[in-house]
Write a protein that binds this ligand. Structure first.
Ligand SMILES: Nc1ncnc2c1ncn2[C@@H]1O[C@H](COP(=O)(O)OP(=O)(O)OP(=O)(O)O)[C@@H](O)[C@H]1O
Ligand SMILES: [Mg+2]
Length: 371
C-alpha cells in the first residue's frame, strides 16, 4: 500500500463498506460468504506484506528463478549477430552457455562467466552490451573499467568501504547496482589490468554468486547475472591455438594454460565457464561494420540510406587499414568524417532517402536522393 494516498484508501474503504452493506441488505444470506471473502483477502495481503519485507531484507528473495528458467536467449542470436560482425561462432557459444545457465538458474551460481580475449576494438565490450539488451532490455548493464582498480583499496570501491569510511553511504560500484536490481549483465573491462586483490574478490563472487557489501552489510546476489571480463593479454598465443585446433575442449584447456603463462591465476581461470577469443576482423567484416555504421549515422539525422556502393565500403576499409591496430574503433570517426558534409547538403535540400556512390574520377563520395 506504500505510495497510495490516504484519502484514496479512505474513499475506497467507504465505497467497499457501502457496497457490501447494500448487497447484504438485499440478500442477507450472502453474509457468511462476504465474511469469508474478507478474511481470505486479509490473509493474502498479510502474506504479500511478509514477502515484501523478506525481499527488502534479502534481495535474493526478489529473484524469480521460475521466470529465469523460462527465458530464451538463443533466439536473439540472429539479432546479436546482425549487429556484431565476424564473431558468429563466439556469439553462438556464449549464448548457448547462457541458455544452459538460464535453464539451471538457482541460488549460488551465476548465469555464466566469460573471459573475452582479443585485440582492441574487436567488439568485446560491445558483445556484453548487446547481450544485456537481448536478455534484460529494461536493465542497464554494469560496465566497470577495471584498469581504474589498480590498487588494493580499490577492492572497497568494488564492494563498498566499511561503515564510517569515506564513500560508504554510496556502496560498491559492483554491489550497489546489483542490490538495486539483481538482473544485470556485468562487464569487467580490461580485467587483466586490475589489482590481484580486486581479482581475488571476484573469486568468491563467481564461485558462490554472492558477496557481502561491506558498507551496508547486506548480502548481494549475482545468480541472475552474466559476467563478461575482457582482456587484451595473450592474443598471440590464443590466435595460434585457434588456428591449430577447432576442438572446443582443446581450445579451452590450452588457452587456460596460455593465459596462466601470461600471469593469470589458474584458480581464477577455472572460474570462467568459457574463454572466448575475438580476433581482428577480416576486411569483409570491416566492410559490413562500415555499412552498419553508415546507415546508423545517417539515420541519426532522419535520412534513410537505401544503398551504399561497394566502392564506398572498399574506400572505408582501405582507410581503416591505417588504423588496423585499433580494430574498428576508428571506423566510426572515419565514417563521420566522410559523411558529415554530405549529410549537411542532403538536409539542406530536404532529402529523406539517399544512395551513396564513389565518383571514380575525383575519388569523392557522392550522395544522391533516391526514392
Ligand atoms: N565485431 C564488431 N561488429 C560491429 N561493430 C563493432 C565490432 N567490433 C567493434 N565494433 C564497434 O566498435 C566499438 C568499439 O568496440 P568495443 O568497445 O567492443 O571494443 P573492445 O574489443 O572492447 O576493445 P578494448 O579491448 O579496447 O576494450 C563498438 O561500440 C562498436 O560500435
Ligand atoms: Mg572493451
Amino acid at each position: 500500500m506504500a505510495g497510495v494516498h490516504p484519502v484514496f484508501v479512505l474513499l475506497a474503504a467507504i465505497g467497499i463498506v457501502t457496497g457490501l452493506y447494500t448487497l447484504y441488505a438485499m440478500i442477507p444470506v450472502l453474509l457468511p460468504f462476504l465474511f469469508a471473502a474478507s478474511i481470505i483477502g486479509l490473509l493474502i495481503r498479510a502474506a504479500q506484506i511478509a514477502r515484501e519485507r523478506r525481499r527488502e531484507r534479502d534481495p535474493g528473495e526478489a529473484i524469480r528463478f521460475e521466470d529465469l528458467r523460462l527465458k530464451e536467449i538463443v533466439p536473439r542470436g540472429a539479432w546479436i549477430k546482425e549487429n556484431i560482425r565476424g564473431h558468429d561462432a563466439a556469439v553462438d557459444r556464449v549464448l548457448s552457455r547462457i541458455q544452459q545457465g538460464l535453464t539451471l538458474a538457482s541460488p549460488h551460481r551465476t548465469l555464466g562467466a566469460f573471459l573475452l580475449v582479443g585485440p582492441t576494438g574487436t567488439g568485446k565490450t560491445y558483445l556484453g552490451e548487446l547481450v544485456a539488451k537481448a536478455l534484460y532490455p529494461d536493465s542497464e548493464p554494469v560496465i566497470l573499467r577495471m584498469n581504474q582498480y589498480k590498487d588494493h583499496p580499490d577492492v572497497f570501491t568494488l564492494i563498498g568501504p566499511p561503515p564510517g569510511q569515506p564513500g560508504y553511504e554510496v556502496g560498491g560500484a559492483l554491489t550497489r547496482p546489483a542490490l538495486e536490481n539483481p538482473y544485470r549483465i556485468v562487464v569487467l573491462d580490461e580485467f587483466d589490468k586490475s589489482h590481484p586483490d580486486v581479482r581475488h574478490c571476484l573469486y568468491d563472487i563467481l564461485d558462490s554468486a554472492q558477496c557481502r557489501e561491506k558498507s551496508s552489510g547486506r548480502t548481494v546476489h549475482f545468480c541472475a547475472c552474466v559476467f563478461f571480463a575482457t582482456c587484451n593479454a595473450g592474443v598471440e598465443a590464443l590466435r595460434a591455438i585457434w588456428a591449430e585446433t577447432s576442438d572446443p575442449i582443446q581450445r579451452s584447456g590450452r588457452s587456460r594454460e596460455a593465459l596462466a603463462r601470461e600471469g593469470f591465476e589458474r584458480a581464477l581461470l577455472a572460474r570462467f565457464d568459457e574463454i572466448v577469443f575475438m580476433d581482428q576482423l577480416k576486411p569483409v567484416d570491416v566492410a559490413e561494420v562500415a555499412c552498419l555504421q553508415l546507415a546508423k549515422h545517417w539515420r541519426q539525422y532522419g535520412i534513410e540510406l537505401t544503398y551504399a556502393s561497394p566502392d564506398v565500403l572498399v574506400e572505408a576499409v582501405k582507410r581503416n587499414v591505417e588504423f588496423q591496430d585499433y580494430g574498428v574503433r576508428q571506423l566510426s570517426h572515419l565514417i563521420q568524417e566522410m559523411a558529415t558534409p554530405l549529410i549537411e547538403a542532403a538536409r539542406r535540400r530536404g532529402a529523406v532517402k539517399v544512395r551513396l556512390d564513389l565518383d571514380r574520377s575525383t575519388g569523392c563520395i557522392t550522395a544522391e536522393d533516391s526514392r
